[in-house]
Ligand binder design. Structure first.
Ligand SMILES: [Zn+2]
Length: 318
C-alpha cells in the first residue's frame, strides 16, 4: 500500500486530464484512483476555502496499492503521449511513475547500461536515469558536453558502432555522434531538433533530478547502501549546522546557513565502548533525577539492531 500526496494544483491537472482529455477508465483500479482524487479535492476545497495560505500547501492524499498506482499513472502517461498535446498532467503522472520505481526494490527496472547492452528508452524520461547511462562517456575533458548537462538537456548515452559518443533524446528522435570539444548540449539539441517538445519547454514526461531528489527519503549523501537511512539528527551549539547520523554510524554535518550543503562526513563505530559510555553518561546527566537502578538509560537506536549481542559489556553492566 502506498500513501501518495499530491499538491492540489497537480491533483486538479490529473482530474482534468482524466475527465476531458483521455479515457483510461478501463485500467484496473481506475475507479479507486478517481474516487480518491475527487474525494481529496472536495475535502481540501472545504478546508482551504477561507485561507489562501493553507491552500498553497494543501495536498490530496491517495492510499492505493503500488501496482494500482503504477497501472493508472502508466496508462495516463501513455494516453497523453498518444494525443500529443501539451498537458501538465503528463509531467505529474511521470513523476509518480519515477517515484514508484524507487519504493520497491523489486520494482526498480534495469536501465540496460553497459557494454553491448541496449538502454531501455522507456525509462529515460527520468533525468536521474539518464545520468546513470553516462558511466562510459568518452569525453571527460570536454567543456560542456559532460554527463550532468547532457542528462539535463534530455540526452542519454547509447554507444553504438556509429559512435562511442552516441547520445539520444528521451523524447524526440534526435541522435547525435562525434561531439566536438566546444559543443554545448542544449544548443546542439535545439539546432538538430528545433521542434522537440522538451527543447520548446512544453510539458513532457521529463522528471528533473531535483524532483527525484526532493521526493526521496533522507539518507546519507552518496551512500552506496540505500538501506542505511538517516536515523537521528540534531542541532548543536552552532545554529548554521545540522548533524545527522545513520544507524550504522555514518555521520554527516550539513551547513544550512544558505543553501543546504555537506560540510563534513565521517564514520564512527556505534558499538565502540568509548561511544557507548559517552551515551550513557549523557543520558545520565540529563535524567539524573529519574535515573534509578531499575531504570537504566537505554540506547533506543541500537536496540533494533540485530547485532546487539555483539555489544561490549559496559562498566557496571552485570
Ligand atoms: Zn529532443
Amino acid at each position: 500500500m502506498v500513501q501518495l500526496e499530491l499538491p492540489v494544483t497537480e491533483a486538479q491537472q490529473m482530474l482534468s486530464a482524466c475527465q476531458d482529455k483521455i479515457d483510461v477508465s478501463s485500467t484496473e483500479g481506475y475507479e479507486l484512483f478517481i474516487s480518491q482524487l475527487k474525494e481529496g479535492l472536495k475535502n481540501t476545497s472545504h478546508e482551504t476555502a477561507a485561507n489562501h495560505k493553507v491552500a498553497k500547501w494543501a495536498t490530496v492524499t491517495f492510499h492505493l496499492p503500488h501496482h494500482v498506482l503504477k497501472l493508472v499513472a502508466g496508462a495516463i502517461v501513455s494516453e497523453l503521449k498518444k494525443i500529443n498535446l501539451n498537458v501538465a498532467a503528463l509531467s505529474v503522472a511521470s513523476s509518480i511513475m519515477d517515484r514508484l520505481s524507487y519504493l520497491l526494490s523489486s520494482a526498480r527496472p534495469e536501465l540496460g547500461v553497459g557494454p553491448g547492452r541496449s538502454v531501455d528508452r522507456s525509462l529515460m524520461y527520468s533525468e536521474a536515469n539518464r545520468r546513470e547511462t553516462f558511466t562510459s562517456w568518452p569525453h571527460a575533458g570536454y567543456r560542456w558536453a559532460q554527463p550532468d548537462p547532457m542528462a539535463q538537456a534530455g540526452f542519454y548515452h547509447q554507444p553504438a558502432s556509429t559512435g562511442d559518443d552516441r547520445a539520444m533524446c528521451f523524447t524526440c528522435s534526435v541522435c547525435l555522434v562525434c561531439w566536438e570539444p566546444t559543443d554545448e548540449p542544449w544548443s546542439e539539441h535545439e539546432r538538430h531538433s528545433p521542434n522537440c517538445p522538451f527543447v520548446k519547454g512544453e510539458h513532457t514526461q521529463n522528471v528533473p533530478l531535483s524532483v527525484t531528489l526532493a521526493t526521496s527519503p533522507a539518507q546519507f549523501p552518496n551512500s552506496s547502501d540505500s538501506s542505511d537511512k538517516i536515523a537521528c539528527y540534531g542541532f548543536g551549539s552552532c545554529p548554521q549546522f545540522l548533524a545527522a547520523a545513520t544507524k550504522r554510524g555514518k555521520i554527516c554535518i550539513w551547513d544550512v546557513s544558505k543553501m543546504m550543503k555537506v560540510h563534513l562526513k565521517f564514520d564512527v563505530n556505534p558499538y565502540d565502548p568509548a561511544i557507548l559510555r559517552q551515551l550513557i553518561l549523557c543520558s545520565g546527566e540529563q535524567g539524573q533525577q529519574v535515573l534509578t537502578e531499575s531504570r537504566r538509560p537505554t540506547l533506543t537506536w541500537l536496540e533494533e539492531s540485530s547485532s546487539c549481542s555483539d555489544l561490549p559489556k559496559l562498566e557496571g553492566d552485570r
